[in-house]
Design a protein. Structure first.
Length: 445
């Protein structure tokens, strides 16, 4: 019998060790009483749209921070992230010639798995930084101590972010009659500026033509669906806001529309999969090198036993040098098990490397190279890539190298902000969107 806390009967990895478990229990009890951040009908609407993506009729843009920081919960930062996602989706609509599902990797992405439980500097070892929901980034014993109160702060920051995004979208921020609302400064300097403005003008002209013929305003163009996603890592936090709702069967995670698990937590026998199998939300699983036919079969049987389109999304991350060998067998494994999953390319995590100076970065050409190969491989195997999963920001950071005007390794120190993984800045994100749109306009080949 599944329950929101039945995951406790399974091995749970990547969970913080709190020095005062009673305080954690008190905080989780408080979280259970707080209002939900999302609604069940929003969750089900996303699930329906993902079912369309599984059939190749919609395309997914999932993007946002690697790990959100409490300090970045500001109107300017949230607006800029929303702007770049809206601009990217506008470009992808033209390339895909089908609707784009917008999923923000924000309003809850405050916890991160780590490859090591401790970090050592100058001979001093302390617990690793696991995201602002867990501990603090400063390298001190007090800062790295897991603090249950941070879960409440993370919930509050997520609520503030989501409330602001909803207000912007509802207020016409995404109105295609006025795309200048979500214009960013990069357009003034980018080599893609003319192409972007041409797309905007084409859309405005098309809307005006339709409205003139029909004699009415195309009302749906000023409202969009915008969904949230985060890694369902801290199982106590996730289960505290997992509940039944009136007049709908099953349990819903009401912290986010689209929870996913990463490579470190996707063990079919583990606690994270046990938790996910009992909720009605659509679910994402990161997959990579080493994923076997047995893994695929177990995930499908546990999480999607009826093989329902929209229920399960595989987010594949291999690296540009490995995807050609690793992805085709996985597609065949899913087919052999009758899976009807959505396929999303994550070109970020398999392409991370350290510079000679010890700075974590990613090369733009590797990121696009993996996406390009993903489109080609799926098309060659008779199906469509369903979307992309990008770590990005609307700020002018220097964390990934390359692109038309991107930084070199020597430039990384100028504006490197991420506490965990490097992100594309707004100009690199838009350049990637244009390259993807061109690939899609050619049928993905």
């Amino acid at each position: 019998m599944w329950a929101p806390d039945s995951w406790k009967q399974k091995p749970a990895v990547q969970q913080p060790e709190y020095p005062e478990p009673a305080e954690l229990d008190r905080v989780l009890g408080e979280l259970r009483l707080l209002p939900p951040l999302v609604t069940s009908w929003e969750v089900l609407r996303l699930r329906d749209q993902l079912a369309e993506a599984a059939e190749g009729r919609q395309f997914i843009l999932q993007g946002g921070d690697c790990a959100e920081r409490f300090i970045d919960c500001t109107s300017a930062r949230v607006t800029n992230t929303l702007k770049v996602l809206l601009q990217m989706s506008l470009v992808l609509v033209i390339g895909a010639r089908r609707p784009v599902i917008r999923i923000g990797r924000f309003a809850g992405q405050y916890a991160k798995p780590r490859s090591a439980s401790e970090e050592t500097r100058n001979g001093v070892s302390l617990p690793s930084y696991r995201g602002d929901n867990i501990n603090r980034s400063e390298f001190t014993a007090a800062g790295r101590r897991p603090d249950p109160q941070l879960l409440l702060r993370g919930y509050e920051r997520a609520a503030l972010t989501l409330n602001f995004v909803r207000a912007l979208v509802k207020g016409g921020f995404a109105d295609l009659h006025h795309p200048e609302y979500f214009d960013l400064d990069w357009v003034q300097h980018s080599p893609h500026a003319d192409e972007y403005h041409g797309m905007v003008q084409t859309i405005k002209d098309s809307l005006q033509f339709v409205e003139n013929v029909l004699g009415v305003r195309a009302g749906e163009t000023d409202r969009i669906d915008f969904f949230t996603a985060h890694e369902a890592l801290h199982l106590g936090y996730e289960s505290a806001q997992t509940r039944r709702v009136p007049r709908r069967p099953g349990f819903f995670n009401l912290l986010t529309h689209f929870p996913w698990v990463g490579l470190r937590t996707n063990d079919p026998c583990g606690a994270h999969i046990e938790y996910l199998r009992g909720i009605e939300n659509p679910i994402g699983i990161k997959i990579g090198a080493g994923t076997t036919h047995e893994h695929v079969a177990r995930w499908l049987d546990l999480l999607d036993p009826t093989r329902r389109p929209g229920r399960l999304t595989f987010i594949h991350r291999f690296g540009s040098g490995r995807i050609a060998d690793e992805l085709p067998p996985l597609i065949e494994h899913v087919r052999a098990e009758g899976g009807r999953v959505v396929w999303i390319s994550d070109p970020m995590h398999g392409n991370t490397h350290m510079t000679a100076g010890g700075v974590k970065t990613r090369r733009f050409e590797d990121i696009y190279g993996e996406v390009e190969q993903a489109f080609t491989i799926h098309a060659a195997m008779g199906q469509r890539l369903g979307g992309v999963h990008i770590e990005l920001t609307g700020e002018n950071v220097t964390e990934c190298v390359g692109g038309s005007r991107g930084p070199s390794e020597a430039d990384l120190a100028r504006a490197y902000e991420s506490e965990v993984d490097p992100r594309l800045n707004y100009e690199q994100s838009m350049e990637l969107a244009f390259l993807i749109a061109r690939k899609m306009s050619n049928g993905g080949r």
